[in-house]
Design a protein around this ligand. Structure first.
Ligand SMILES: C[S@@+](CC[C@H](N)C(=O)[O-])C[C@H]1O[C@@H](n2cnc3c(N)ncnc32)[C@H](O)[C@@H]1O
Length: 302
């Protein structure tokens, strides 16, 4: 490694190493890592291509490029991922928030607004008198985005992983929503099993549960298979097992007319939709993502 290297050459070399290792989105990953080690934004980097990197910064950059080339996700190296316009801390203990999960929030907010309209209230949602719960909160991205959109809602978020709850709590504190979201370590709704802890029924239950089949694990990219938490990925041997527990439990903790909004895996719909085809649920809606995959299943508690 030369003693000094300019930004343009460092970036070129970083992209080349990632391309050789068949890393997806090689240019973006190399840029994000350069932004991370220099503390500058992307625009600044491109405006100052001749700027020399401090040798220690260059060493750090090429060390991270090496780790990315070996399969570590960029977000684990930078410690960040943007979701719903907010900057979330991510660690190997939580799922990296995915862009398709934003559809879950869009469906929830749209359907809550329609519910307000139907009951004669203005559709401008503040969340007043609404009680919401995010099951399997991970980084806290869904619960915290809901807190941002619905400033008066009561929001609760659970996860079976204590490590995930710690990350979610830190995100809520850093983003200024710690007083708006109550985080609980809980297996689905088990934290509410004793009568003394039973909350009033919820207006919205939202969840992006683990939904990948264990059988599919070997076909997952190395970034996912080796670096994201198993409890966030696998729903069971088939993948859709957790929905079978979550849907009836959600029904028991919801108000009549309350909304259930679930993210689906790419092939979950045929196994999950029949679970809602009971007299407990009405107005079942399937929403596709931008790739045309049925991504969100939502329904109203009858
Ligand atoms: C697919 S990740 C979703 C994380 C986050 N909500 C998101 O959308 O990025 C699923 C999360 O559910 C949690 N989880 C798995 N089984 C659970 C259970 N039985 N009860 C509560 N949480 C569970 C995992 O620890 C993980 O954080």
């Amino acid at each position: 490694m030369p003693d000094s290297i300019d930004l343009r050459s460092a970036l070129k070399r970083g992209i080349h190493s990632l391309r050789e290792a068949h890393v997806a989105s090689d240019t973006l990953a190399a840029e994000l890592l350069l932004v991370h080690v220099t503390g500058r934004d992307r625009t600044w980097l491109y405006a100052h291509p001749e700027e020399l990197l401090e040798p220690s910064v260059a060493d750090n950059y090429f060390m991270l490029i090496g780790r990315r080339a070996a399969g570590e996700p960029t977000q684990h190296l930078t410690g960040h991922q943007e979701f719903w316009g907010l900057d979330f801390e991510v660690t190997p203990e939580v799922l990296i928030p995915r862009p398709e999960t934003e559809h879950l929030l869009e469906v929830a907010l749209d359907r809550l607004a329609v519910r307000e309209l139907r009951s004669g209230r203005p559709p401008k949602l503040t969340g007043k008198n609404l009680s919401l719960i995010d099951i399997g909160t991970g980084s806290g991205c869904i619960a915290i985005a809901l807190a941002k959109e619905l400033p008066m809602a009561q929001i609760c978020a659970t996860d079976i992983s204590a490590d995930a709850i710690a990350v979610a709590q830190r995100n809520a504190e850093r983003l200024g929503f710690a007083d708006r979201v109550t985080f609980l370590e809980s297996n689905l709704f088990s934290a509410f099993s004793s009568v003394s802890h039973r909350p009033p029924p919820f207006d919205l239950v939202i969840s992006n549960p683990p939904y990948i089949s264990r059988r599919e694990s070997s076909s997952l990219p190395i970034e996912v298979r080796q670096h994201e938490p198993e409890s966030a990925l696998y729903g069971g041997e088939e993948g859709y097992e957790l929905y079978g527990l979550l849907i009836p439990e959600a029904g028991r903790h919801m108000k009549p007319g309350g909304l259930l909004v679930l993210e689906l895996g790419h092939d979950s719909l045929p196994a999950v939709q029949p679970l809602l085809e009971t007299c407990d649920w009405v107005n079942i809606l399937v929403t596709k993502d931008l790739a045309g995959i049925p991504r969100v299943l939502s329904a109203e508690r009858s």
